[in-house]
Ligand binder design. Structure first.
Ligand code: NAD
Ligand code: MLT
Length: 308
């Protein structure tokens, strides 16, 4: 009987589907790494993960059994896909299940930044009634730049338009006709957008092109007071440059959900004024987790049944 290994927390609906799946056995083994992970993977035909476990080339070494890995989520950057491919292990993801939740979280971070929600809350619970200090900014009529106009970038754009923002964007793989249909003014580079943006949000994968996309040089040309949001992947913004940009007053605020190194429990940004940070919560809603878990279970069981 094919065996499926669940490597990260999966929603109850996903586990229920595994319970009901006839002809399969499954086990949940969390927080595996190193030799323990390698040995475990060798005992199973399929695996399901989120972003917690790191499936490296070493953890796949010598594996002659594992036929597929499903990532309950978008990014497969925690899986060594080259190593998996060499072994004939198929890597699959569930790209649409958390789109809306992540776009909502990025939007929520932009709003929280604009109205100082986190720092004003902190100040109030510490016993201060600081109405003057936390003067905010209205979103309507402001310009938001979106880098990456895929699933999440487009959902973000819809929401920004509903808030009467001007939406500009850059994505080398979208046509200007499609962007216009979406109400987005398309630019031919990020550099061109930077002097115009009151807010900048990134929704791309982390690639050699997007790594350090916003660095010291970019901050020199960005509009003074711009607020930056990253709910995509850590490393797209150079975190050291962000700290400098905030300290110098060039940046108006920073909101991060993702970090160059995760888990990240210590950063010079934590606790700074005009910074809101969350621990990679973009997809952490009941709805998104249910959907990605159910899809991941279906992908693995279908693949193991049919080899497709
Ligand atoms: P997607 O593939 O639908 O969209 C990505 C877009 O980025 C594509 O349109 C692509 O053309 C564009 N792109 C690629 N390289 C680019 C570049 N150099 N410059 C500009 N655009 C570029 O992906 P998605 O589902 O929208 O996800 C976007 C990102 O969000 C991914 O990195 C994903 O891992 C991340 N994500 C994070 C969370 C979270 O919890 N914070 C949740 C879901 C997804
Ligand atoms: C993703 O790529 O889907 C996200 O990082 C969300 C997650 O796995 O929590």
């Amino acid at each position: 009987m094919p065996k499926i290994l669940v490597l990260d927390e999966l929603s109850p609906q996903g586990l229920a589907l595994l319970d009901a799946a006839e002809g399969f056995e499954y086990e949940v083994r969390l927080k595996l790494a190193g030799e323990e992970l390698r040995k475990s993977l060798a005992e199973f035909d399929g695996a399901i993960c989120r972003s917690g476990v790191k499936i490296t080339a070493e953890s796949l070494e010598g594996n002659t059994r594992l036929r597929c890995i499903a990532r309950a989520g978008v990014g497969t950057d925690n899986i060594d896909k080259d190593a998996a491919t060499r072994l004939g292990t198929v890597v699959m993801n569930t790209p649409t299940g958390n789109t809306v939740s992540t776009a909502e979280h990025a939007f929520c971070l932009m709003m929280a930044l604009s109205r100082n929600v986190a720092s004003a809350n902190q100040s109030l619970v510490e016993g201060r009634w600081d109405r003057k200090k936390y003067m905010g900014a209205q979103l309507a009529d402001k310009t938001v730049g979106i880098v990456g106009l895929g699933r999440i970038g487009q959902e973000f754009a819809k929401r920004a338009l509903a808030f009467e923002m001007r939406v500009i964007g850059f994505d080398p793989f979208i046509s200007s006709e499609r962007a216009a249909e979406l109400g987005i003014e398309l630019y031919s580079s990020v550099k061109e957008m930077l002097p115009l943006v009151d807010y900048l949000t990134v929704h791309t994968p982390l690639t050699p092109e997007t790594k350090g996309l916003i660095d010291q040089e970019a901050l020199e040309i960005i509009k003074p007071g711009a607020r930056l949001i990253n709910c995509a992947r850590g490393g797209i913004y150079d975190e050291a440059a962000l700290v400098k940009g905030l300290k110098s007053g060039k940046l108006g605020g920073i909101a991060l959900d993702v970090y160059a190194e995760e888990p990240c429990t210590d950063s010079p940004l934590f606790g700074m004024e005009n910074v809101v940070c969350t621990p990679h919560l973009g997809a952490s809603t009941e709805e998104a987790q249910t959907q990605v878990a159910v899809e991941a279970v279906q992908l693995v069981t279908n693949h193991l049944k049919s080899g497709e």
